[in-house]
Structure formats: C-alpha cells, structure tokens
Design a protein. Structure first.
Length: 364
C-alpha cells in the first residue's frame, strides 16, 4: 500500500530541562482548545503546553507531578510509563502501560554482557496506575467543586492497586484470551500485555492494547469505574450482558497492535503499529460506531491514513483530533524517538498534522 497523506507540522516548545524527555513522548490530549497535555513513557509527570498565537506554536511549558495529586505506590523516579490521556467531565484521565520490560543491548557493553541483559526483565508498580485528576480552568487540582454543580466535589483518584498489579489485571488473570499473558510477565515489546491508549465516551472507558495481538486481532478493553464512597479509590463496575468487570472487543488491524485511541463522535480512531521492536507499518483506523459495539464481536475498522515512519526513529505514539485549529478533519501526531530533523534547539520538537478525509481499503 502506498498512500502519502497531506502533512503539515507544528512546533512543541518545552523547557530546556525537558531536553531528553521530549524524545520519549507517548500520549497527547488537546483540552481546552489552547492547552496541549502530554505524557512521556520515561517520567511520572504530565506536561502542559499553551498555544501561542503570535508564534504559531505550543509553548509556556508547565510540569505537573502526579504524586502531588495521587499517591504513587513507589517513588516518582520509578516511571508510570504514561501511555494514554483522555478528558471527560472535568477530569483528565491517564493510564500507565501495565507492562513488563526487557533490558536491551547497548553499544557500551560487550556481546556477553548484552546477551545477559536480554535475560533481565522487570516491571514497576507505578505502571499499574489508572487515574483521574480534576482539570478546571486549565489547571490540575487535587480536589475542587464541580464547575456546573458546586454540591459535587471533584477528587483525584486511582483504580485500586493489588499485589503486583491492580483490580483490572486481577480480573484479567483468569481471562481465556489474556490471562496467560497477564500472569506470565511477558514484556510488552515481546507481544506481552501492554496498554497504550485510553478514550472515554460517556461512562465507557476504552483501553487499547498494543499487545497481545492474537492471530492478527488486536484487543480493546471496555471498563466502567466508580468511586468507592468509603475509601475514595476507583473500582471496576460490572458491565455488559454478562455483567463482567470488563468487555473485550476484537479489531482486525492487519496484525498491528494499538498505540493510541481517540474519540470522534461515536467512532473510535485507532493509531496502530507493530507490537514488537519494528518501525512500521503505522496506520490510522476508524472504527465506526465503535463506542457502541456489543462485546464478543469481531470488527474490521477502515484504514484512514498510512503514517510515515523512520528507520529506527519517528515512531508515532500519540494522536489527538486537531480540527479546531485546521477547520478540516485533521489529526496531530506526536512521536517517540523523533528523528534529528524534528528536534529544535534545546527543548523543541516538531509534531505532524495530517488530514484524514480520505479512505484506504485495507488488504484482507
């Protein structure tokens, strides 16, 4: 398939101290129109940039430490590995990868040392955070009145953690499709369990899995969360006809895993890429009416874009609808491991803007 989309770009200007982390961007959210929120897979912070019209860029960088709003199970230097951001009803939602990771070979080590590194896997408790933080008037708050109903208090919270995971991984441990992956500690980049996207429609929370991909089929989990009145901790609610703690949706993405999600009306936009350590292909899919699909269905979303990728760099990691700025259907895309040409000065990095009006018929 050879489909070259129309592409523009916009500069994201971070503080110079964010020089290294700008190369690890993994999640993006635009809300309200002039604020761009970003996460990095190497930090436990959430970044906010503001649109500066005179410069036609996002700048005025401010860092929010998740620990200031939600108690982390481990110190902040153990990364959350934020892989998704979403907004709903005055809350910013974020999610860690829930994944294990394997050490990779590095040039400074000998072959023997690097072979040993490939045997070493680990996870971090902070990666199992599914959290929400009140977002009011462009700022994150630990607690505040609901702007439309002062009798309601908005409060930062996270899903209940368990020994070695959280309430979701505990529920998935006995799942016939995912249980073995959750229990066996397979690293995410080895087709292990790895969450890399969150989108919210009404009360429905959709989680996109980078892995595992099963015989070419990627999986989207759907959950519903409510606050426990006694503890303030979020807990899973039974949903669907079977009243389970989650729904599973199977989507055929030509063997690719999910790298991010966004909501467009009742449709789900899916950024798809390799589950393992490959550069591409990378595609944008539209899953029509995906927000209202029943569980236990097989769906074939349509390809909307072929997104360019580099050779060892330019890995598309996050998407957000950008139509408010362009006035035509468009998408802003951020990259992990950006190519050198994307870097600007000590703190800048260029993001792409794609039009996605065209439709591409997938290979079947």
């Amino acid at each position: 398939m050879n489909y070259a989309p129309e592409r523009d770009r916009i500069l994201l200007k971070f503080k110079d101290s964010f020089k290294d982390a700008r190369k690890d961007l993994s999640a993006v959210l635009l809300f309200p129109k002039h604020h761009l929120w970003l996460g990095s897979d190497e930090t436990s912070t959430i970044e906010r940039l503001t649109f500066v019209e005179q410069q036609n860029c996002f700048a005025e960088h401010h860092t929010f430490h998740v620990r200031d709003f939600i108690a982390l199970p481990k110190p902040e230097d153990e990364e959350i590995d934020i892989e998704g951001l979403a907004y709903h009803d005055y809350y910013l939602w974020f999610i860690g990868s829930h994944s294990w990771k394997r050490k990779k070979p590095k040039p400074k080590h000998t072959d023997v040392e690097n072979i040993t590194r490939l045997t070493e896997i680990k996870t971090e408790e902070n990666r199992y955070i599914i959290g929400r933080i009140p977002l009011v008037d462009g700022n994150l708050r630990q607690s505040c009145p609901h702007p439309e109903d002062p009798a309601v208090t908005l409060t930062a919270a996270k899903l209940r953690l368990t020994d070695g995971g959280n309430m979701l991984t505990e529920a998935l441990a006995s799942d016939p499709h995912l249980g073995d992956f959750v229990k066996s500690n397979i690293p995410g980049k080895d087709n292990g369990f790895d969450i890399e996207g969150i989108a919210i429609y009404q009360q429905k929370i959709f989680l996109g899995l980078r892995g595992p991909v099963l015989r070419g089929w990627a999986i989207i989990l759907e959950i519903d969360l409510e606050t426990d009145d006694e503890t303030g901790i979020l807990k899973l609610q039974p949903i669907g006809a079977e009243q389970q703690l989650y729904k599973k949706h199977f989507v055929y993405l030509n063997g690719l895993g999910i790298r991010d999600l966004d909501i467009d009306g009742k449709d789900l936009l899916i950024l798809a890429g390799p589950t393992m350590d490959l550069d591409g292909p990378v595609r944008l899919y539209r899953w029509q009416n995906g927000a209202n699909i029943a569980e236990n269905t097989l769906s074939h979303p349509e390809i909307k874009l072929e997104i360019p990728y580099g050779n060892g760099d330019d890995h598309a990691e996050g998407i957000v609808i950008f139509t408010e700025y362009t006035q035509t259907p468009s998408l802003l895309v951020i990259y992990d491991a950006p190519a050198a040409a994307r870097l600007e000065g000590e703190g800048g990095v260029w993001a792409d803007i794609f039009s996605y009006q065209g439709t591409v018929t997938p290979d079947r």
